[in-house]
Design a binder for this molecule. Structure first.
Ligand code: PMP
Length: 411
């Protein structure tokens, strides 16, 4: 494929093209927390608010028609992006966390019983763990963890330890936000289906790094949020197979999710409206559609190649820092992100010193406390890369880490 023109991409991100408030140039290595936004996304949202903004799915006014068309066009963009069979399988949510809670509270409460097993992994973000803990506590179900290999991959030889015939649900990340691990989602969804379990895929970190295909994976549910995909906060997608959505009770009650309300009872609208109570984040949905189209226009082959190259270069260069430990699998088994510790340096101090040079990384447990317990460290420093990053950003990071070791009197 023609490689990504990273300079041309960077020129589309206003925040990367001007000095920070402290005068430094931004080296942004925190896209795993949230990605920066290109002008097309900002413009699409501004255009919505400035030229055709009104409430959606309400009446037949000129503005109402325009805004409804734009929101439904975003839904189609998301359907195509995920390769879902039908637009009614694309539900707009407030984000990844909201999508996972929706599945837990609706499908989960209706289907999980005492003694059932919910299978997941220690790799999960709290958003794909705590809702299942809450569901397990409420229903008397048991949480089981798929064994991992020493380098943080799912041990495919031992999946049957959690995927037993008592298992009703598998909740799995498609990309660890800490280790960058890319589990074999298709094989895991197949294994779940073989024991009669429904699969839920957390694709929050996966969607900016690799092409997603819900039909190739055969997953039952999949969630992602717009803001790590160069789109706005406050909006995300829950994909659900239509037959599951039809059988599931709604979550929140209110406007838009009904077909008929009587004083004492209601009848539900068809999906997706059934799960979209209230006024949605209209401008943000428009921004999500713009983000999806923008990523698709870059081309997946080029984007994935760029991501693989960055992952390899990041891991190769991190090896040059004495006392540095990278957690997780080899570069060719991960997305372009790495979490690490440096002997003798607190993650917080490293963060402070990198930040002073304009380098944005994240430190802490990254909402994965059980994983950090397994790694045996309370906190790591994470560099997570996106389409706008170059080898030069990795060079900056390495230089800053070497300088930090001197400042902290480790060298
Ligand atoms: N899952 C993963 C793997 C994540 O990285 C994140 C965000 N850090 C989430 C879920 C939660 O996303 P949000 O906070 O946007 O709802």
């Amino acid at each position: 494929p023609t490689p990504l023109d990273v300079d041309a991409i960077r020129a589309q991100f206003p925040i990367l093209c001007k000095p920070l408030p402290n005068g430094k140039t931004l080296t942004y290595l925190d896209s795993g927390a949230t990605a920066q936004k290109p002008t097309v996304v900002l413009d699409a949202m501004r255009d919505c608010f400035e030229t055709y903004y009104s409430n959606v799915h309400r009446g037949k006014s000129t503005l109402g028609r325009l805004v409804t068309k734009a929101v439904e066009a975003s839904r189609e963009d998301c359907r195509r992006f995920l390769n879902a069979a039908d637009v009614s399988e694309i539900l707009f949510t407030a984000g990844t966390t909201a999508g996972l809670n929706l599945v837990a509270q609706t499908w989960g409460r209706a289907n999980i019983c005492e003694g059932d097993v919910i299978a997941t992994t220690v790799l999960e973000h709290h958003a794909n763990l705590v809702p299942w803990q809450m569901l397990a506590k409420e229903t008397g179900a048991e949480l089981r963890f798929l064994p991992l290999t020493d380098d943080g991959r799912v041990d495919m030889d031992r999946v049957d330890e959690a995927l037993t015939d008592r298992c009703k649900l598998l909740a799995i990340t498609a990309c660890s936000n800490v280790l960058g691990t890319l589990p074999d989602v298709k094989a895991l969804c197949d294994a779940a289906r073989a024991v009669g379990a429904v699969s839920v895929v957390d694709a929050a970190q996966f969607v900016p790094h690799r092409r997603t295909d819900v039909r190739a994976w055969g997953c039952d549910f999949l969630v992602f949020g717009a803001h790590k995909l160069y789109g706005p906060t406050g909006v995300g997608v829950l994909y659900g197979k239509r037959e599951l959505l039809d059988a599931m009770p709604p979550w929140q009650g209110g406007g838009n999710m009904i077909s008929r309300v009587f004083a004492d009872r209601s009848e539900w609208a068809e999906p997706p409206a059934k799960f979209e109570a209230g006024t949605p984040p209209i401008g943000e949905i428009v921004g999500l559609g713009a983000a999806v189209r923008w990523v698709e226009d870059l081309g997946w082959e080029a984007l994935e190649a760029h991501d693989r190259e960055l992952a390899a270069y990041l891991l190769e260069r991190l090896e040059e820092v004495p006392g540095l430990t990278v957690y997780g699998p080899a570069a060719n088994e991960r997305a372009a992100l790495a979490s690490f510790t440096v002997d003798g340096a607190a993650a917080e101090d490293l963060n402070f010193l990198l930040d002073k040079r304009g380098i944005a990384v994240r430190h802490g447990h990254h909402c994965t406390m059980p994983l950090h317990d397994l790694l045996g460290v309370p906190a790591t420093t994470r560099a997570s890369l996106g389409v706008y990053n170059r080898a030069a950003d990795v060079d900056e990071l390495i230089e800053a880490l070497l300088a930090a070791r001197i400042r902290l009197r480790l060298a």
